[in-house]
Design a protein around this ligand. Structure first.
Ligand code: ZN
Length: 144
């Protein structure tokens, strides 16, 4: 899924976040995970908040999530997104407190519901500093 878009804000890649922004190249949603207690860290920080372990490594999750809350944006802050669009806070199924601010796509506004099951889809954005794959979410089972 490659789209021509140079107008979306592209995150600055670093060794600490590259796994997250480029996991989509392989179709994977990837978070840093503590290898001692299994806790996922997002945004990525260098030390696990649960057991202070620095033994962290990127791991892919299933890509499934539920919609925790959302707002509908009618203003064109981000060219490249069709209006209106849904700004969402989603909860990754692997860990209740693992939340991501993202967009819900491929779903009519009137069918967007808190608690709905979602799955990740990636929007590939080409960038001279390093391509990124934005994790967006659509209804589980595909486009409505
Ligand atoms: Zn830990």
């Amino acid at each position: 899924m490659t789209e021509q878009s140079t107008t979306v804000v592209v995150p600055e890649l670093s060794d600490r976040n590259r796994h997250f922004w480029q996991g989509g190249e392989k179709g994977q949603l990837v978070f840093m995970r503590c290898q001692d207690c299994g806790y996922y860290l997002h945004p990525p920080i260098p030390i696990c908040p649960r057991d202070q372990s620095k033994n962290l490594a990127p791991e892919a999750v299933s890509g499934r999530a539920t919609l925790a809350t959302y707002t509908v944006n009618h203003h064109g802050w981000l060219p490249g997104f069709e209006l209106p669009y849904v700004v969402a806070l989603v909860e990754i199924v692997e860990q209740p407190a693992l939340r991501l601010t993202t967009n819900v796509i491929n779903c009519p506004l009137e069918e967007v519901r808190i608690g709905m099951a979602l799955q990740v889809v990636f929007r590939h954005i080409e960038d001279p500093h390093g391509d990124v794959w934005l994790p967006l979410f659509e209804p589980e089972g595909g486009q409505k």
